[in-house]
Design a protein around this ligand. Structure first.
Ligand code: HEC
Length: 181
């Protein structure tokens, strides 16, 4: 083969390979070979890609965020009540018993009474509440809760294990997320 045409041949085979892969991916989507059901554990590749991408996004977008809400007994109590209204259906109350909704989610929603996020920076939790987590059941609350409410809930989750008395009593009194007939 003359040396001049070598790069052309390589480029042609790269393009052909990419085209074949694109066609395979397209066929996998339109034939339903990529599963669309929620009652199966997520694949390893999917989990890896979702986690890496989330970590990179959080690192980029949370560095400038500052919590404007002071964490005291009154704001933390408010955080518990907001959490009870908007989050407990998926993340549970202090009994850590998952609701039917939580149990049916494709990516399991952590029950915060046993798998808490107290180690996460408040800004990270605020970001997740605000923007949600793509491809999971975690909703974005940016258009439904005010920034003040989102920080207030994030503060409660950060202080979940060292709540002052009134907030602690409110947390323990939150009704279980398990639906009763
Ligand atoms: C419809 C169900 C649902 C509701 C309602 C919901 N979440 Fe989630 N949430 C999820 C799921 C599912 C995940 C797991 C996502 C994943 O695996 O990455 C999640 C993840 C999270 C995480 C990350 C947990 C971790 O370990 O990193 C935080 C923080 C969180 N949610 C906070 C909240 C708060 C606060 C509310 C209420 C304002 C809320 N969520 C409402 C389903 C929900």
């Amino acid at each position: 083969m003359p040396t001049r045409s070598r790069p052309v041949a390589v480029a042609t085979s790269v393009v052909a390979t990419l085209l074949v892969l694109a066609v395979i991916a397209y066929l996998a989507v339109i034939t339903g070979a990529i599963p669309a059901n929620a009652d199966a554990p997520p694949g390893r590749l999917e989990t890896w890609a979702a986690k890496r991408s989330l970590r990179a996004t959080l690192a980029r977008e949370t560095s400038g965020l500052r919590d404007p809400v002071p964490a005291n007994d009154s704001t933390l109590t408010r955080g518990v009540h907001l959490y009870g209204t908007y989050c407990a259906i998926c993340h549970g109350a202090s009994d850590a018993k998952p609701s039917a909704v939580a149990r049916g989610l494709y990516q399991h929603a952590p029950q915060f009474a046993k798998d808490d996020v107290t180690d996460d920076p408040v800004a990270v939790t605020y970001w997740k509440i605000t923007h949600g987590i793509r491809l999971t059941g975690m909703p974005a609350f940016d258009s439904t809760l005010t920034a003040d409410e989102r920080w207030t809930i994030a503060n409660f989750l950060a202080h979940q294990n060292d709540l002052p008395p009134t907030a602690k009593a409110a947390w323990l009194a939150l009704p279980s997320a398990v639906q009763k007939p």
